[in-house]
Write a protein that binds this ligand. Structure first.
Ligand code: RIB
Ligand code: CA
Length: 315
């Protein structure tokens, strides 16, 4: 089993990432930490607790992190996810509160207590991950790897230049990528995988998947109802057939590393340009000669991803 900490901003696709992590025997979900992003921190935290209740895992510790980016003001995606960030057939109130500790402290405790190196998965803005790397530099070498959903080699999805998670907190992303490495392990650096839009824009589900899932289980009905909302949104905005389940790809990648094709490359984060802030400047053709600091996803075996996700969402 791969022991992981999931830092997230649920958000519908974050919720499915939690479900997949809990359902697949290859993953041991040690802790969930929350960050502001899709919606405000109070909602992302409440949503993480509600999803874990729904999948029968109220034992998994949850701690809230940053309510806002390191430097920029918070801008959410409530227009896409709704004000509470998670609609659908979920327990309305969590069965328990989040722990009375900061996310970065739960991360540090979990990493230190683990009997083997922990993988840190981040599916929201990287504010908490940046805090861990700067506040606990000695833990960097104890991490197995960091896998994020964020960024893009090509176009963004929140601005023409930037993907949402990086755009919300580019300063945090800059810290994370400066700590990244791609090939051999470097002291003070951690192997970093960037699952960006080139990959996740192929990871969509359709109304047909919704009908296969509806009524089969609490999780299945939840996903079906979110697809009812999300497929239409993406058909109107992007003209796509389905809704991309961005965040679940990070977990699927850990379950089966053959699903996503990656390439080591240098990635830098634009933090200043009003036009391009939040852009992951990925040196796809190695024109800078700069050392690669991330394995960047360029494609996915879509049929096998869908097969894995549906198998785990169905009872
Ligand atoms: O751009 C997609 C990302 O932004 C996903 O993580 C989604 O949950 C939103 O946070
Ligand atoms: Ca997310």
């Amino acid at each position: 089993m791969t022991p992981i900490i999931l830092d997230c901003d649920p958000g519908h696709d974050d919720a499915i990432a939690i479900m997949l992590a809990v359902a697949d025997p290859a993953i041991e979900l040690l802790a969930v930490t929350t960050v502001a992003g899709n919606v405000t921190l109070n909602h992302t935290t409440r949503n993480a607790l509600r999803v874990l209740d729904m999948v029968g895992r109220p034992d998994i510790p949850v701690a809230a992190g940053r309510p806002a980016p390191l430097v920029r003001d918070l801008s959410t995606a409530a227009v896409m996810h709704g004000e509470t960030g998670l609609a659908g057939p979920l327990p309305q109130e969590p069965s328990r509160p989040a722990l009375d500790v900061a996310a970065v402290d739960l991360m540090a405790h979990t990493i230190t207590a683990a009997t083997e190196p922990v993988t840190l998965v981040a599916t929201g803005p990287l504010s908490n991950v940046a805090d861990l790397l700067t506040q606990h530099p000695l833990l960097v070498d104890q991490l197995a790897q960091i896998v994020i959903m964020g960024g893009a080699v090509d176009l963004g999805n929140w601005t023409p230049a930037a993907e949402f998670n990086i755009w919300v907190d580019p300063h945090a992303a800059d810290i994370v990528f400066r700590h990244g490495c791609a090939a051999d392990r470097i002291p003070g650096r951690v192997p970093l995988t960037m699952i960006g839009l080139e990959v996740t824009h192929q990871a969509w589900l359709t109304d047909e998947h919704a009908e296969l899932l509806r009524g089969r289980s609490a999780s299945g009905t939840f996903v079906a109802e979110l697809l009812d909302h999300f497929v239409g949104f993406h058909q109107e905005r992007f003209g796509w057939e389905g809704a991309p389940i961005h965040d679940a790809v990070t977990i699927a990648h850990l379950i089966d590393p053959t699903l996503v094709q990656t390439l080591a490359m240098n990635v830098q984060i634009e933090v200043d340009s009003p036009l391009c802030v939040g852009r992951t400047v990925a040196d796809r053709w190695n024109v800078t000669g700069l050392e690669p600091n991330a394995f960047v996803g360029l494609g996915i075996d879509r049929p096998r991803f869908i097969e894995l996700l549906m198998k785990r969402l169905l009872p």
